[in-house]
Write a protein that binds this ligand. Sequence first.
Ligand SMILES: Cc1cc2nc3c(=O)[nH]c(=O)nc-3n(C[C@H](O)[C@H](O)[C@H](O)COP(=O)(O)OP(=O)(O)OC[C@H]3O[C@@H](n4cnc5c(N)ncnc54)[C@H](O)[C@@H]3O)c2cc1C
Length: 400
Amino acid sequence: MTRRCDVAIVGGGPAGSSCARVLAAAGLDVVVADKAVFPRDKVCAGWITPDVVEALALDLADYAAGRTLQPVLGFETGIIGGHRVTTRYAEPVSYAIRRCEFDTYLLRRCGAEVIEGTAVEGIERTPQGWALRLKPAQHEEPGPGAAGRATPRPRLAIAAPVLVGAGGHFCPVARWLNPSEPPSPTLVVAQELELRLEAPPTSGVAPELPALYFCRDLRGYGWCVRKGEYLNVGFGRQDADGVAEASRAFLAWLRSCGRIPAGFPDRWHGHAYRVWGRPVRRVASDGVLLVGDAAGLAYPASGEGIHPAVVSGQLAARHILGAPSNDPGGRPDAYVAALERAFGVPSATGPAAWPLPPRLYAVIGRSLIAQPWFARRHLVERSFLRRQPRASRSAPTPPR
Ligand SMILES: Cc1cc2nc3c(=O)[nH]c(=O)nc-3n(C[C@H](O)[C@H](O)[C@H](O)COP(=O)(O)OP(=O)(O)OC[C@H]3O[C@@H](n4cnc5c(N)ncnc54)[C@H](O)[C@@H]3O)c2cc1C
């Protein structure tokens, strides 16, 4: 049986649900297909900035009812094995959430039909648009908190004039658009583990002060994020070589300085994603757009990917709504231009973008990271919270 709709979205993470919500609110018939049954876990630290709350118009009181929402009042930062600096604020500057709850909340409220437990395994271009072949994934029945208007028996196919690829880094639509991709310097390889702590919680990390510890070569960092009674520990690098060994050493160091309980296991869950930089993936073609991790949009300075996922999902939806009826999906180059307006023109990332030779850059960076003023202004506020420096914040808007 084929389910026909106006827009088919592959993937129900923050990018897919944000796109679906805007399209469904405008009256389009939208179907989201996800291979997972929600609530599902996503390998992630689960840290969101106030920009995410604003972009999603999240009612924090409603969200917090029965879910974990940990206000963040600052950060502990430093070099792994080195000096640590604490930066505090009077008001929350971020929040820590659990992805199993957050993604389900967003998908439930999106207003589209959601087909869960069904992997998209075939994509075909047709004269009318797109035909998707679906295959029931491992979990066939929706879970107790199944998202959206879940369909109990997965359908076999979806047909739509417009296709949105929101399936994360390994999205089948991204693969269809980029059939042979060389290894990319923009790839981040990351691992994490989120566990409920024994009562009373025994982590040395305060719930309101997540900890971020950088590698000595500044090519990655590890974190400890407390979310109420949960602790999320992880490690990521923009250079896949040696990640496993470096993350084991990171965990041993955290144990030795009491940041994690002695028995904290090292059963990491790994994942990869791309930051926005050169070379970019092909993110659009006639009638098809990529959003979120599928497009490789995470912020290079921090690895934050939820905000760009939400913003690009909404952007793609508006692009589709603004397209003329004889050109479903709109012009691909106009979508690329909209992404560049939102996230900047992609440039080189990592050591290729550093103004000094990597060793010298790392030596200078390490000594700066130990300084409280640098940690506050540059590391926390500019790199992680993406706050503009004062001068550019107050700069007048140029006349149009
Ligand atoms: C270890 C780690 C820590 C991170 N920490 C943070 C953080 O603290 N804050 C932050 O902002 N970002 C963080 N990120 C990045 C962030 O997790 C991603 O950028 C974000 O999840 C992207 O959202 P998305 O909707 O594009 O993709 P996803 O959240 O990955 O959702 C994609 C969906 O597509 C579905 N799917 C995939 N393939 C198919 C298929 N064939 N058929 C049907 N469905 C399919 C999947 O089941 C999934 O539900 C982290 C990433 C990692 C790896």
